[in-house]
Write a protein that binds this ligand. Structure first.
Ligand code: TYM
Length: 343
């Protein structure tokens, strides 16, 4: 049951792949799980956002379930938190429209993720949906009156836009129209880098060799870590600026072992890079083994999974419905109940 006296957390992950990757897990999902005891948590499989990359419909359908199963396998507890599929709660798109009408074109054009993606796609490939992506994200957050949004560093600018829009709503329509959210970013794991290109965030390059997927087999994990790009140096030390490849491995190790990267570097001082890689592969494999098993269990019973998502949808719709009604009314939209009796 949701406890209204507690602060609320909202976050989402796109169902754009069969498996989430280590960046999603360390940058976001792990924080989601940890927040559950202290916050009222609402977590979403954001399938509407995934439409901006034109997924194959059958693949999208499969990936929505697969993503939800991975949230559960990571420890999102449906008894404690709300877990739902974004497109099943229409207030997300309704609120997006209201926010579209108070978002500047220039403001939306400045979003760096949009600029990066549209530069790659070129004029013909860029859709209005991709442009509007951050506004939909703001609607996700504001529709739940979220206080905090646990995400990785790459989402910071989008959360800033959500904050700006909430502040604008309050100044235009009166205090209490929207809650102003804050990003919750765990600095040590805010940015996990690509194993082949340690200057790009994991998954950005799209090359499989740079990514560790949470559902990868032990063999693949070992291969990926062994072939991770390190630096020309031979001394293991924590130096993210000059040794970014090594620093990425140390950061992953530290996050999974509950240590600081400096401590891990100290532990491996005088040893070869190869030692660190062998041990890190083992650590990742063991950390992900139960996750893989639990994901398979959830996916083996789609009816039960759909049942959990339906319960989540009901709870999410109750919150988003009330918040949307409040904001729409401030805009001057006429609520249905005020239409009066039919003639
Ligand atoms: P998405 O699906 O790209 O990523 C999901 C989460 O994983 C984090 N993340 C990373 N963290 C550290 N290192 C990385 N290499 C890395 N790659 C991804 C992301 O920061 C994110 O927290 N727009 C969002 C989804 C979204 C959302 C929302 C998030 C839609 N609506 C409302 C919060 C609130 C996105 O594309 O995340």
């Amino acid at each position: 049951m949701l406890d209204v006296s507690r602060l609320r957390a909202f976050s989402g992950i796109q169902p754009t792949a069969d498996s989430l990757h280590l960046g999603n897990y360390l940058g976001a999902l792990r924080q989601w799980v940890a927040l559950q005891d202290d916050y009222d948590c609402v977590y979403s499989v954001v399938d509407l956002h995934a439409l901006t990359v034109s997924p194959d419909p059958a693949a999208l359908r499969t990936r929505v379930r697969a993503t939800a199963a991975q949230f559960l396998a990571a420890g999102v507890n449906p008894e404690q938190s709300v877990l739902f599929v974004q497109s099943q709660v229409p207030e997300h798109t309704q609120l997006t429209w209201l926010l579209n009408c108070i978002t500047g074109f220039g403001e939306a054009s400045r979003m760096t993720q949009f600029k990066d993606k549209s530069a790659k796609l070129g004029d013909k490939g860029v859709t209005v949906g991709l442009f509007d992506y951050p506004v939909l994200m703001a609607a996700d957050i504001l529709a739940y009156d979220a206080n905090v949004v646990p995400v990785g560093e790459d989402q910071r600018q989008h959360i800033e836009l959500s904050r700006d829009l909430a502040i604008r709503l309050n100044s235009r329509f009166g205090e209490g129209t929207a809650r102003v959210p804050e990003a919750l970013i765990m600095q040590s794991t805010a940015r996990i880098y690509d194993l082949q290109d340690p200057k790009a965030k994991m998954s950005k390059t799209g090359h499989p060799a740079g990514i560790i997927e949470l559902l990868d087999s032990p063999k693949v994990i070992t291969k990926r870590i062994k072939s991770a790009v390190t630096d020309s140096g031979t001394v293991i030390k924590w130096d993210p600026k000059n040794q970014p490849g090594l620093a990425n491995l140390l950061a992953i190790y530290a996050a999974l072992a509950g240590q600081t990267p400096e401590e891990v570097a100290q532990q491996y001082c005088g040893k070869l890079y190869g030692h660190l890689k062998v041990d890190l592969a083992e650590l990742v494999i063991e950390a992900l083994r139960p996750f893989r098993e639990r994901t398979a269990e959830y996916l083996a019973d789609p009816a039960a999974l759909d049942g959990l998502l339906e319960e989540g949808r009901e709870k999410a719709a109750a919150i988003a419905g009330a918040v949307y009604a409040r904001i729409a009314e401030r805009f001057g939209l006429t609520p249905r109940a005020n239409r009066g009796p039919a003639a």
